[in-house]
Design a protein around this ligand. Structure first.
Ligand code: FAQ
Length: 311
C-alpha cells in the first residue's frame, strides 16, 4: 500500500464520504472493521443468553412478551452485523469458529450472571443505555454497511432501554423487598456497565487509528463520561444509590467525577476468566452443533433446487 493510496483514502474519510464494500481500502481498515463488527455481532448473540435465562420466569405475560421481543431483536442485530462483516470478505462460519475457539472477543458485560428479575431491569436500563451511547455515533461510522445497520439497531435499543428503566421504576416504587432487589441489581451491574466502554484511552490499542478513520467518533473515556452524566440523574430519580463513594458532580467540569474501575477484573473477564465465560461459550457451541443438521438440510435443499432448475 503506497503512501499516495493511503493519503487518497484518508482524504475520502476526511471529506465524510462513506466507504462501500467494493471500494479500495487499506488492509488495516478492513481488518479493524472485521474485528469490531464481528465482536459486536458476537456480543449481540451471546447477549441473548443472560436475559434468555428469565423468559420462562418473567413475572407476568406482559413482561414476558416484552422480554421475548427484546431478546429476538438482539438475535436480529447479530444477523445484521454478521452480514455487514461479510461484506468485508469474511464468512459467518469463520467468525463463529473464532468465537467458539476463544480467538474473537465479545463484550465483557455478558459474562456476569442474571440472579434476579431486577437484573433484567438493570440490563435494559444500564447495558442497553451504554450500548446506545456507544452506537449512536456508529450511525456515522465511515463504513457504509455498518453505519446503516446501526440506525435500525439504535431504534430498537432505545425501546430496550425504556423497557428496562420501566422495570426498575416499578421495582423502586414497589415493596421494600422489591426496592432492595433493584438496588442490589444496580450495585452489581454498575461497574461492569462502565467497563463496556473499553480500557482508558491511554490503554486503548486501536483507539487513535479508529478515530482517524472515523470508525469511532468518540474515545472510550469520552463515551464513558457521557454515559455516567446521563445515567446518574436517572438513578437518582429512582431513589437508588450508586456503588461508588467517589461519584459526585463536578461544577467546574460540568460532569460527574467517578471512581477508578477495577481494571484487573476487566482484563480477567475479557481474557475468559469472568463468572460466566465458560457457560456462555458452552451454550454457543451447543447451539452451533445442534444447528448443524439445519445448515446441512438448507444446503441440500438449495442444491436440489439448483439441479431441478438446470434440468
Ligand atoms: N469487552 O483498543 P480498544 C450490545 C477489547 S452492546 C471485551 O479500546 P476498540 C447490545 C478490544 O476488543 C456490546 N473486550 O478496542 C446488547 C480490544 O481487543 P482486540 C457490544 C473489550 O475496538 C445489549 C482490546 O480490548 N458493543 O451487544 C471490551 O477500539 C443488551 C483493546 O481495546 C460493541 O461491540 C469489552 N468491554 O474499542 C445486546 C460496540 N472493551 O479486539 C444484548 C462496537 C475493549 O484487539 C443485551 N464496538 N475490549 O482483541 C466498539 O465500539 C469498540 O470495539 C469498543 C472497544 C469500544 C468496545
Amino acid at each position: 500500500e503506497d503512501e499516495a493510496f493511503l493519503a487518497a483514502f484518508q482524504a475520502r474519510i476526511d471529506a465524510e464520504e462513506k466507504i462501500e464494500p467494493n471500494d479500495p481500502m487499506p488492509e488495516g481498515y478492513r481488518k479493524t472493521l472485521v474485528r469490531q463488527i464481528g465482536q459486536h455481532a458476537h456480543s449481540e448473540i451471546v447477549g441473548m443468553l443472560p436475559e434468555g435465562n428469565w423468559i420462562t420466569r418473567a413475572p407476568s405475560l406482559r413482561r414476558k412478551a416484552a422480554l421475548l421481543a427484546k431478546v429476538q431483536d438482539e438475535g436480529g442485530h447479530g444477523l445484521y452485523l454478521y452480514s455487514a462483516a461479510e461484506t468485508l470478505g469474511v464468512s459467518r462460519e469463520q467468525m463463529t469458529e473464532e468465537l467458539l475457539s476463544g480467538k474473537a472477543k465479545y463484550s465483557s458485560i455478558f459474562n456476569y450472571p442474571t440472579l434476579t428479575w431486577a437484573d433484567i431491569g438493570a440490563i435494559g436500563w444500564l447495558v442497553d443505555g451504554a450500548a446506545i451511547m456507544n452506537q449512536i455515533p456508529l450511525c456515522r461510522c465511515s463504513y457504509g454497511p455498518y453505519a446503516r445497520a446501526m440506525i435500525r439497531v439504535c431504534k430498537e435499543e432505545s425501546f430496550h432501554q425504556r423497557q428496562g428503566y420501566e422495570i426498575m421504576m416499578t421495582l423502586a416504587r414497589g415493596t421494600p423487598e422489591q426496592k432492595e432487589m433493584a438496588q442490589d441489581a444496580l450495585n452489581r451491574w454498575w461497574w461492569p456497565s462502565l467497563m463496556m466502554f473499553g480500557p482508558h484511552d491511554s490503554d486503548s490499542q486501536h483507539g487513535d487509528q479508529s478515530m482517524k478513520w472515523k470508525i469511532k467518533r468518540f474515545t472510550n473515556d469520552e463515551l464513558r463520561q457521557k454515559f455516567v452524566d446521563a445515567t446518574v440523574p436517572q438513578g437518582e430519580y429512582l431513589g437508588l444509590s450508586f456503588p461508588d463513594p467517589d461519584l459526585r458532580w463536578n461544577e467546574e467540569r460540568g460532569s460527574y467525577d467517578f471512581g477508578e474501575i477495577d481494571w484487573d477484573e476487566f482484563w480477567r473477564v475479557v481474557k475468559g476468566g469472568g463468572p460466566m465465560n465458560r457457560e456462555r461459550i458452552v451454550a454457543r457451541r451447543k447451539a452451533w452443533e445442534d444447528g448443524q443438521w439445519v445448515r446441512e438440510a438448507a444446503l441440500a435443499h438449495a442444491e436440489k433446487r439448483r439441479a431441478r432448475r438446470e434440468a
